[in-house]
Design a protein around this ligand. Structure first.
Ligand code: FA5
Ligand code: MG
Length: 507
C-alpha cells in the first residue's frame, strides 16, 4: 500500500535505498600521504546508568550555534553530531554541497523565489512534525530515528520544519531553504547522521489572480517556464482517490492538476540543469584524459514520476533519475496540504513544495563515491572544487585518492532482556532494540573510520528465547591506511560501548 510504504520508507529511507550505493562507486585514483590523525572523536564519557538508546552521559545543557538548551531524559545527541552543527557545508564557498545549492538556486530565480540559508537546526517538535500534520504515532518521531535535545526540542530531520513559518510570513511567491538536517540512521557510503536538504515551495493566492481563475493563472505561469528535451515517464493520473488523493474539500481537479503540472515542470528543469552539468563535466574529463575535445553524450536524460506519500502533501510524488543503469530517488514533493496554509493564516493560498537531498545530488554531479568525504578537511578533496562556484564551466568529476584497504570485524552478542523475545519483546526487563542505537555507538567509537555496518546474522535461541545478533563492521579510512593496532583499538571501543551503553552480552 502506498501510504504505509510512504510512511516508513519515504521520509526515513533505510536499506531500501541501498541500490543507489552501487551507483556511487568510483574507481581509480592516485596515492599521496597525509599526517596521521585519529578519525574518531570521543563521545561524552560513557556511563552505564544513563546509557539508553546508545547515548552516553547527558550533559545538563548543550550549546548549539551560540544558544544554550536544557536537556532532559529525551536527550540523545552525541558530541560527534553536536560538533557538526556548526559546519554548515551548504554555506562554505566552493564546497560541493554549496555548489550544488547554487546550481539549483539558479533554476528558481528571484524575485519569485526568496532564499533562506541560515535557519537554525534546533526546532520544536511542533515545527518538525505537528505543523506538518504528522500523526502522533509516526515512526519519524521515535527517539531511535530523531535527535532530541529534550522532549519538545530536536535537531530538524528535514527542511520542511520551516514551511509553516514561511507560509505564514508570505514574503514571496516562492522560496528555497537550504540547511543541515539530522537523522539517526545506518552507517554506509550514502548515509550520514547529518546531511543537507533544500526545500522549495511556490504559492498562488486565489484572491489575487485575475477573475479568481486560479487554474488559468497557474497554467499561464507554466507556459512561461522553459521547455526541456528529457524523456519523462509519468504513467499515473495527477491524482488517484486511494493511492494519491486530491484534497477534494479544498481544490478543484483543475486547480490540483495545474499546481502539479507547474511543480513537475519546475523540478524537471532543475534535474535537467544538474545532469546536463554532470554530463558536461564528465565529457571534459574524458576528453582531457584522451587528449581530444569534449563530446557531449547525445542520449537524453530519463526521469520518472512515482506516486508517494508525505503527511503534508497530497497528491505526492518522488522523482527518480535513470543514472548509470539504475533508478535513483532524488526528491520528494507534492501539492501542499491546505491545512498548512489554513493554520498559517493564509487560507486563500494554494501551492506546491519539494525537498531534495543535496549530498545525493552532489554525489552524482561530481561522482563523489562516499558521503563521509563531504566532511573531509583534506586538501586533496577540497582543492578539487576551488573556483567552481564562480565559474561552473570549471566543474570536473572528483578524482578519488587511492582506495585504502578495508578491514572487516564482526561483533556478536546477546541482547539484554528476559522476555520470550530475548530483548526485542515487550516483557518485563526487555529492552527496545533498534539498530540505529548500535550505529550511534559505532560512530562515537570509530567516527569516520567506519565505511559501513551490516547485520550479517540474527537468531532467537530455541530454548531460552534470547536473541543474538552479529554485525560486520568495515573499518576503512578515506584518507590513509589504518594500522592493525588502531583498528583493534577502535573495535575494542565499539565492543565496550555496546556493553556499557546498550547492555548487550558479547558472545
Ligand atoms: C523529506 O524529507 C520531505 N521533507 C521532502 C518533501 C518536502 C516532500 C516537501 C514533500 C514536500 P525524504 O525523507 O524522502 O522526504 O527526503 C527527501 C530527500 O532527501 C530524498 O529524496 C533524498 O534525496 C534525501 N535524503 C533522504 N534521506 C537521506 C539520507 N539519509 N542521506 C542522504 N540523502 C537523503
Ligand atoms: Mg524519500
Amino acid at each position: 500500500m502506498v501510504g504505509l510504504r510512504g510512511i516508513v520508507s519515504t521520509l526515513w529511507p533505510r536499506a531500501g535505498n541501498r541500490s543507489d550505493i552501487a551507483l556511487l562507486i568510483k574507481r581509480g585514483g592516485r596515492i599521496s600521504r597525509l599526517p596521521v590523525q585519529p578519525c574518531w572523536r570521543a563521545a561524552y564519557s560513557s556511563d552505564a546508568t544513563s546509557a539508553r538508546q546508545g547515548v552516553a552521559t547527558s550533559p545538563k545543557e548543550v550549546e548549539i550555534n551560540g544558544k544554550k538548551y536544557a536537556t532532559d531524559p529525551w536527550f540523545n545527541v552525541s558530541s560527534t553530531v553536536l560538533s557538526l552543527t556548526s559546519r554548515k557545508l551548504h554555506l562554505q564557498k566552493d564546497h560541493p554541497v554549496a555548489i550544488t545549492r547554487k546550481i539549483i538556486e539558479s533554476v528558481f530565480p528571484p524575485p519569485t523565489y526568496k532564499y533562506y540559508n541560515e535557519f537554525d537546526p534546533v526546532v520544536s517538535t511542533y515545527e518538525n512534525f505537528d505543523s506538518l500534520c504528522f500523526p502522533p504515532d509516526h515512526p519519524g518521531r521515535a527517539r531511535s530515528d530523531t535527535y532530541y535535545i529534550n522532549k519538545d526540542t530536536l535537531l530538524r530531520t528535514h527542511t520542511s520544519a520551516h514551511e509553516a513559518e514561511l507560509f505564514r510570513a508570505g514574503a514571496s511567491g516562492g522560496y528555497l531553504i537550504s540547511a543541515d538536517v539530522y537523522r539517526r540512521d545506518e552507517v554506509d557510503r550514502s548515509h550520514y547522521p547529518v546531511f543537507h536538504q533544500m526545500e522549495g515551495a511556490r504559492v498562488w493566492d486565489r484572491n489575487k489572480v485575475p477573475n479568481g481563475d486560479l487554474a488559468a493563472a497557474i497554467f499561464q505561469d507554466l507556459d512561461r517556464l522553459p521547455k526541456h528535451n528529457m524523456t519523462v515517464e509519468d504513467p499515473n493520473p495527477p491524482f488517484h482517490p486511494d493511492r494519491n488523493p486530491l484534497q477534494v474539500e479544498h481544490h478543484t481537479p483543475e486547480e490540483a492538476a495545474a499546481v502539479a503540472a507547474h511543480l513537475k515542470r519546475s523540478l524537471e528543469l532543475m534535474v535537467n540543469e544538474i545532469f546536463s552539468r554532470a554530463k558536461a563535466a564528465a565529457a571534459f574529463a574524458t576528453a582531457a584524459n584522451n587528449g581530444t575535445s569534449p563530446v557531449e553524450p547525445t542520449e537524453p536524460l530519463r526521469v520518472r514520476w512515482v506516486e508517494a506519500y508525505f503527511p503534508f502533501t497530497s497528491p505526492s510524488w518522488e522523482l527518480e533519475v535513470f543514472y548509470q543503469g539504475d533508478w535513483l530517488e532524488v526528491l520528494g514533493c507534492g501539492v501542499s496540504k491546505q491545512e498548512l496554509h489554513i493554520i498559517a493564516g493564509v487560507p486563500s493560498q494554494i501551492g506546491w513544495a519539494f525537498g531534495i537531498g543535496l549530498e545525493r545530488i552532489a554525489m552524482l554531479l561530481f561522482q563523489i563515491p562516499d558521503i563521509r568525504l563531504f566532511w573531509s578537511r583534506d586538501e586533496r578533496f577540497l582543492s578539487q572544487f576551488r573556483g567552481v562556484e564562480d565559474n561552473l564551466a570549471r566543474m570536473r568529476p572528483f578524482v578519488p585518492f587511492s582506495k585504502h584497504p578495508a578491514c572487516y570485524k564482526d561483533v556478536s552478542f546477546w541482547l539484554k532482556g528476559t522476555s520470550a523475545a530475548g530483548g526485542g519483546g515487550s516483557g518485563k526487563g526487555a529492552v527496545d532494540w533498534h539498530g540505529n542505537d548500535l550505529m550511534e555507538v559505532v560512530r562515537d567509537a570509530a567516527g569516520d573510520c567506519v565505511e559501513d555496518v551490516r547485520l550479517v546474522d540474527e537468531f532467537v535461541h530455541p530454548k531460552t528465547g534470547r536473541r543474538s545478533m552479529c554485525y560486520r563492521i568495515n573499518y576503512r579510512s578515506l584518507e590513509r591506511t589504518l594500522t592493525n593496532a588502531e583498528t583493534n583499538e577502535m573495535h575494542d571501543r565499539v565492543v565496550r560501548g555496546l556493553v556499557e551503553r546498550l547492555g548487550v552480552e558479547i558472545r
